[in-house]
Design a protein around this ligand. Structure first.
Ligand code: FAD
Length: 492
């Protein structure tokens, strides 16, 4: 029997945040798509919490699902930094009103499964989502791209989008196609090992007295950290991070390691003494009622090349964040929006009605995504990595900066390190409804010069250092000169 062969314009591989966001944008643009997911459902029954910021929320708003997300989410009421060894409250920041004023939306968090469920519900033609279809091979040719799945089905499309996460098969296949057809296309840098300084395990826990809905906690310890968010019902999502030995801090993208059972048991046994509130709640109080969700290594990267031929990669397949700050999924939303925008811009408003998308136009369109996204993402990924180092401190310097310098910052300066990650975000173009939320800091499409707005991105070394001081504190490691300049400018 001949294998089943289906034709669509866009074949999306992967039904996570990136794949579902893209599916919703294509639905709106009238483009014919199918989404292939390896597992039996795109809405997992379990999972951790996911934090959303204005850069992601405004895209959800344009897609018409913001109100549902907001109804299921918990807004961030306060951020509490604790010395995890002594229990000292380093600082408590209430950021809600200033963030709304600046960016139009307040940060919130909700279970990842709830976000995916809301996205899935908004898909009109659910048959376009095909589960239990694990992709094993991809081919790109002059006129079509072909996707082969493990059950023998072949999907043919104008483009294939790898939204299949950090262990992406589509990325591997894109590299193979490029090596065969255009050796040298993939920069060596992309294939080099990537830094992986931390691992984490994540779980949920029953309510504990002293941590209430909307509290975010960052508890800092030598080489370890706790991140914690408290849900509307006072249940808790928590993350335990640990720094890996120097010999393990470089990983191949083809073989991203997983924490071993021994790692997990060791960390669970040792995390109990960490203090997560000024009232003396210990991690052991949370471990007692824990529902274990998973553990993962935390490499970080931004690849330079996202496309070859008719294949393009997005989301964690192309850019991976340390999750402590919570910009990974928000950036997936932005990258999916960027692809929808360029398809419309480069192939014209009739893009949904034609089945011959010229390769030349696609190459230009895909290259423009890299141009738009790579430098912003490098800035963001570095900031988030620095934030992780600042909390899981390994030397006196980040500890001093977090405990003694950051608390001196006025709220507006403290929040710059969050705003910097938000304000240059990509939104969907004018084929989608504009967002109405009033805000003081203009987004890129509202600025005439289109240059980066973020304090850190535009201000050079000293400004960047200042902007980062609050949590990312990006002058960590840049020595006494910046430290001195930074401190003398704190109140300006
Ligand atoms: C512990 C933790 C906490 C986080 N917290 C936050 C947060 O608070 N805020 C935030 O913004 N981000 C957060 N992130 C990051 C965020 O979760 C990710 O950036 C985002 O979910 C990635 O989405 P994705 O769709 O690109 O990839 P994934 O979520 O990995 O989805 C990929 C999908 O592709 C499927 N797939 C894989 N291979 C194949 C194949 N061969 N064929 C078919 N399907 C395939 C997978 O089954 C999966 O469904 C966190 C990450 C972690 C690990």
């Amino acid at each position: 029997m001949a294998p089943r062969h289906e034709k669509k314009q866009v074949i999306i591989v992967g039904g996570g945040v990136t794949g579902l966001t893209l599916a919703l944008t294509l639905q709106h643009l009238g483009i014919d798509w199918v989404l292939l997911e390896a597992y039996g459902s795109v809405v997992p029954a379990v999972g951790s919490g996911i934090g959303l910021y204005a850069n992601g929320l405004r895209i959800l708003d344009q897609l018409g699902i913001y109100h549902k997300v907001a109804a299921s989410g918990q807004t961030t009421e306060s951020m509490n930094y604790i010395d995890g060894t002594s229990g000292e409250l380093i600082m408590r920041r209430v950021m809600k009103s200033l963030m709304v004023k600046r960016h139009g939306y307040i940060n919130m968090f909700l279970p990842r499964s709830a976000l995916l469920g809301i996205m899935y519900d908004a898909i009109i033609d659910k048959e376009r989502i095909v589960c239990n279809q694990k992709v094993k091979r991809v081919e790109t040719t002059e006129h079509s791209a072909f996707v082969y799945t493990e059950d023998g089905t072949i999907f043919e499309g104008q483009i294939v989008v790898g939204a299949d996460g950090s262990r992406s098969t589509v990325r591997r296949e894109m590299w193979r196609n490029a090596d065969e057809q255009e050796p040298g296309w993939i920069p060596e840098q992309d294939r080099e090992n990537k830094p992986c300084e931390h691992m984490c395990l994540f779980a949920s826990a029953a309510p504990v007295k002293g941590i209430s809905a909307g509290d975010l906690v960052g508890s800092a310890l030598p080489g370890k950290a706790v991140g914690l968010m408290c849900n509307p019902d006072n249940s808790i999502f928590w993350f335990w991070f640990w720094t890996v030995p120097p010999s393990m801090r470089s990983v191949s993208l083809d073989q991203i390691p997983r924490p071993s059972e021994e790692d997990i048991q060791r960390e669970l046994a040792s995390c109990g003494n960490a203090i997560v509130s000024a009232t003396g709640i210990h991690m052991s109080d949370l471990v007692q009622t824990m529902e274990y969700q998973g553990a993962t290594a935390l490499p970080n990267y931004v690849l330079k090349r996202w496309h070859h031929g008719r294949i393009v990669i997005l989301g964690d397949a192309a850019h991976l964040f340390n999750p402590l700050v919570g910009q990974g999924a928000n950036s997936c939303l932005e990258s999916a929006a960027a692809l929808a925008n360029v398809l419309h811009e480069h192939l014209g408003p009739e893009v949904g009605k034609t089945n011959s998308w010229p390769l030349r136009k696609l190459s230009t369109a895909f290259a423009s995504i890299e141009e738009l996204r790579v430098s912003r993402l490098e800035f963001m990924v570095n900031r988030c990595q620095e934030a992780m180092r600042m909390v899981a401190w390994e030397s006196w310097f980040p500890k001093f900066m977090l405990k003694r310098v950051a608390p001196l910052l006025p709220l507006s300066k403290f929040l710059n390190s969050y705003s910097d990650l938000i304000v240059d975000g990509v939104a969907l173009n004018d084929r989608f409804p504009p967002t109405a939320a009033p805000h003081e800091w203009p987004y890129p499409e509202e600025r005439s010069d289109q240059t980066g707005y973020s304090v850190g991105a535009k201000a050079g070394a000293v400004g960047a250092a200042l902007a980062a001081t609050a949590i990312a504190l990006s002058f960590a490691g840049s020595g006494w000169k910046n430290l001195h300049i930074g401190i003398s400018n704190l109140s300006s």
